[in-house]
Design a binder for this molecule. Structure first.
Ligand code: PMP
Length: 427
């Protein structure tokens, strides 16, 4: 019995399912989740001392790799001055200024503690600002686990087969309209039908919670046009894509600007930080300057702000993205080549430092139905083979993979060597 087995047994007695977030439990792929003891650069080390090349990166935040010295130093220095004050600090303004300077369309920003809070608050703000109740989201997109958004959701909700959770009142769910991702005509038809009732559209600009599904050309633009035509608020949920597709996130990458942007993951550099921000006239509706209520005891926590600032400093360096983008290209090209040589039908999507592999005959994957039709049994064997070979992928076929600036040529080559061996066993 491994140490992870023992720890998992102990955890299951006192934590539901043994984990504090469902996908960690390996429920989709089977087996025992690896309990992690420490991490450094592109590697995580489990409780049995085994090293893995990490493509989960704490589900996205660790764009600089683990334990990046400048981030660790900034946090260490800050926590010596006290952990939390519940009063304003200069460092919050410095991070807000930096975000407003970088993120397209962001005039003002409010810090929160998780992506769930960011999207939940953004929705409330959009409803408050428009006086409308209806929201539009897309099938397979995950925006955290608040009631209004846990409807036909992605990520762990897909893995567990409960895309709409018990506990969400029907009276609330009826205000959430779910459309098909990348279906431009569907969006136009919905707006033609009830556009005047729509408070907001919320979208993952690259869907990363049903594997990795980029927007088709024109999709994000159509959302922008429909929202403009009906005075609805466009919320672009960049919790995952923010700073991952380049410094300006998906909005910089695709040239479409939100009214409200949600951020998370990378901005905290591994600390619990998220944010939502955007147009000044909308943001000023928030308490205490406006009537829409939102608050948080630990929001803008100084240690978390220090991590965020150090993170943004590091990734703002000219040319920062060149290496991780090139490594993502190399990894994906290498995986394609090796799958093809082994006669394993596989399609890959990748954008910036995000990627996904699909075991399917479809040459392109653009929507939820196609994702759901992929061969999950083959993915599960691929996952376990890679894990055994020291490569840590997300333990479910509905999650995007990530690269960091710490992954080296050698790490990519080792990953491809392991993949080649695993593909030969997948027939
Ligand atoms: N939005 C997106 C796009 C996400 O990927 C996630 C988390 N994976 C969330 C929101 C929720 O963030 P958190 O888990 O920090 O609540």
């Amino acid at each position: 019995m491994s140490r992870s087995d023992t720890l998992f047994d102990q955890a299951r007695h006192v934590i539901p399912g043994g984990v504090n977030s469902p996908v960690r439990a390996f429920k989709a792929v089977g087996g025992t989740p690896r309990f992690i003891e420490r991490a450094e650069g592109p590697y995580i080390f489990d409780a049995d001392g085994k090293r893995y090349i990490d493509y989960v990166l704490s589900w996205g935040p660790m764009l600089l790799g683990h334990a990046y010295p400048a981030v660790v130093d900034a946090v260490s220095e800050q926590i010596r001055k006290g952990l939390s004050f519940g009063a304003p600090t200069e460092i919050e303004t410095r991070l807000a200024e930096k975000l407003c300077a970088i993120v397209p369309g962001m005039d003002m920003v409010r810090m929160v503690n998780s992506g769930t809070e960011a999207t939940m608050s953004a929705i409330r703000l959009a409803r408050g600002a428009t006086g409308r109740d209806k929201i539009i989201k897309f099938e397979g997109c995950y925006h955290g686990h608040s009631d209004s958004l846990l409807i036909k959701a992605g990520s762990g909700a897909l893995t567990l087969g409960v895309p709409s959770s018990p506990g969400v009142p029907a009276a609330l769910a009826e205000h959430t309209v779910t459309l098909s991702y990348n279906d431009i005509e569907g969006v136009k038809a919905a707006f033609a039908d009830f556009g005047h009732e729509v408070a907001c559209v919320i979208v993952e600009p690259v869907a990363g919670n049903m594997n990795c599904v980029p927007p088709v050309p024109g999709f994000l633009e159509a959302l922008r046009e429909c929202c403009d035509a009906h005075q609805s608020v466009l919320i672009i949920d960049e919790v995952m894509t923010g700073f991952r597709l380049g410094l300006k996130g998906a909005q910089g990458y695709y040239g479409v600007t939100a009214d409200i942007t949600c951020l998370g993951k990378v901005i905290g550099g591994g600390m619990p930080v998220a944010a939502f921000g955007g147009r000044r006239d909308i943001m000023e509706q928030l308490a205490p300057s406006g009537p829409v209520y939102q608050a948080g005891t630990l929001s803008g926590n100084p240690a978390a702000m220090a991590a965020g600032l150090a993170m943004l400093d590091a990734i703002s360096a000219p040319g920062f993205y060149d290496k991780p983008f090139a490594h993502t290209d190399t990894l994906i090209a290498g995986l394609r080549e090796r799958a093809q040589a082994a006669n394993i039908p596989m399609t890959c999507n990748h954008v910036g430092t995000m990627f996904g592999v699909f075991f399917t005959d479809d040459a392109t994957i653009t929507n939820y139905q196609q994702v759901m039709a992929c061969n999950t049994e083959r993915f599960n064997r691929f996952f376990h083979g890679m894990l055994e070979g020291g490569v840590y992928l997300a333990p479910a076929s509905y999650e995007a993979g990530f690269l960091s600036s710490a992954h080296s040529d050698d790490d990519i080559q080792q990953t491809l060597d392991v993949a080649e061996r695993v593909f030969s066993t997948l027939k």
